[in-house]
Write a protein that binds this ligand. Structure first.
Ligand code: SF4
Ligand code: SF4
Length: 406
């Protein structure tokens, strides 16, 4: 079958070039275009390029052209605004996969250099990416309380940040769950390489991890990283009812009581693209923050209109553009006047914090929550007192005066 008969080409051809994926009410839709401004940087231009690439003899496909398909955060905002529901991020990812033979970013020394500097705190991850060993170190923890049983899949991002992982385990303890690290080894979910276009890597991980999950037998699996969660829900969970993958914020929102804080510190929340636009989880993190006693002030662009922080493949392929995106997102958070910018994705947190903006505290919700718990306190032990380790004093000073914590 020729490329021109393919479902992919037919979807690309649907583009009416209307430009709804460019701006809405004078606001940029595409975070990449908001930084570099070219026609080729947002969905309409990319679809045009994609069409030329597939129409034989129209364009000589060089690595330089293929790299333009990596100039996309796969954030999904263009898809959300397209009146014809053209799924540009899916198309872009499919093209990355098709062109992997002609240009593989993981064989490009410059990209490897960025990858290493991006992940230098975790040599296991680097080794796996480069040597394709297949195990980048996520661990499995079993949680038990009475008849309740869960499995926690740590993911490489939380696993590579010791403090962040400790926060999560501390919260499980606080909720009276007995936590056991299991001997069984899980592998990478496959999502990082899927974003590079390597679908085969994800599929190879799928059967290995599914076998591990099934052998352990726990049906409810808690996941912190929205990337892992998306991979599990979208690609792994092919047999409905066998396994139930849930985001950590959903689990915590269901299990945590309401904190007795007399007046909430104002905080704003950044929706990770994969947790929000891709998986539709907007409420659990917000409800959780309200339960913790924070007053939530939304950014001008939030929920399904949220603006990407520039994480993922883009931060490795185009670190400077990614950094500008993070800076612009943190500036947007500062406009709310909040002293805290919270998120529920370890990668977003790292990216936003890496923007180097001062004047706002950037944290994962779980780091904040763990800092609020007294050591050894059970959930019946309210009220909760803030722990100095989260620098609450500094947060208060930047926040509204006279904040009283119960
Ligand atoms: S909004 Fe959809 S149809 Fe319109 S230019 Fe963008 S991708 Fe094409
Ligand atoms: S997925 Fe996001 S970054 Fe990529 S073209 Fe669409 S709006 Fe731009």
């Amino acid at each position: 079958m020729s490329c021109l008969d393919s479902e992919l080409y037919q979807e690309i051809r649907k583009c009416a070039r209307c430009g709804y994926c460019r701006e809405k009410d004078e606001n940029e839709i595409c975070p990449v275009r908001s930084i570099i401004g070219f026609e080729s940087s947002y969905a309409r231009g990319k679809l045009h390029l994609a069409r030329l690439c597939l129409e034989e003899n129209t364009l000589h496909i060089t690595p330089k052209i293929i790299k333009k398909f990596y100039l996309c955060a796969l954030c999904g905002n263009c898809f959300k605004h397209c009146p014809l529901s053209i799924n540009t991020p899916r198309i872009i990812n499919e093209l990355r996969h098709r062109f992997l033979q002609d240009y593989n970013p993981l064989h490009d020394p410059n990209i490897i250099k960025n990858l290493v500097s991006n992940l230098c705190h975790n040599p296991t991850i680097i080794n796996d990416f480069i040597a394709k060993k297949g195990n980048i170190g996520p661990r499995l923890y079993q949680l038990k309380k009475n008849n309740e049983e869960y499995l926690f899949f740590s993911g490489c991002m939380s696993e590579s940040n010791k403090k962040s992982l400790e926060s999560i385990l501390k919260i499980f303890n606080y909720l009276d769950f007995k936590v056991n690290e299991l001997k069984q080894q899980a592998g990478c979910c496959g999502m990082p390489l899927l974003e590079f276009g390597n679908k085969d890597f994800l599929l190879s991980k799928l059967s290995v991890n599914m076998n591990v999950f099934k052998k352990i037998g726990t049906k409810k699996i808690i996941v912190n990283c929205p990337g892992c969660l998306y991979a599990f829900k979208e690609f792994y969970n092919t047999e409905p009812g066998i396994l139930d993958f849930i985001h950590l914020t959903e689990f915590l929102n269901d299990n945590l009581g309401t904190f007795d804080m007399k007046k909430g510190i104002q905080a704003t929340y950044h929706d990770p693209c994969l947790l929000g636009r891709y998986l539709g989880n907007y409420e659990a993190p917000r409800q959780l923050l309200l339960k913790m006693g924070f007053a939530l002030k939304e950014m001008p662009r939030s929920k399904d209109e949220s603006f990407c922080c520039g994480g993922g493949t883009l931060s490795i392929m185009y670190p400077d553009i990614s950094r500008e995106m993070s800076k612009s997102r943190v500036k947007e958070a500062k406009i709310t006047g909040s002293s805290l910018l919270l998120t529920s994705c370890p990668l977003c947190k790292r990216n936003l914090a890496g923007a180097g903006e001062v004047g706002i505290e950037i944290m994962e919700i779980t780091d904040l929550l763990a800092g609020m718990l007294r050591r050894g306190e059970t959930r019946t032990g309210f009220p909760v007192v803030m722990n100095p380790e989260i620098k609450i004093k500094q947060i208060e000073e930047r926040s509204v005066k006279n904040v009283i914590i119960g």
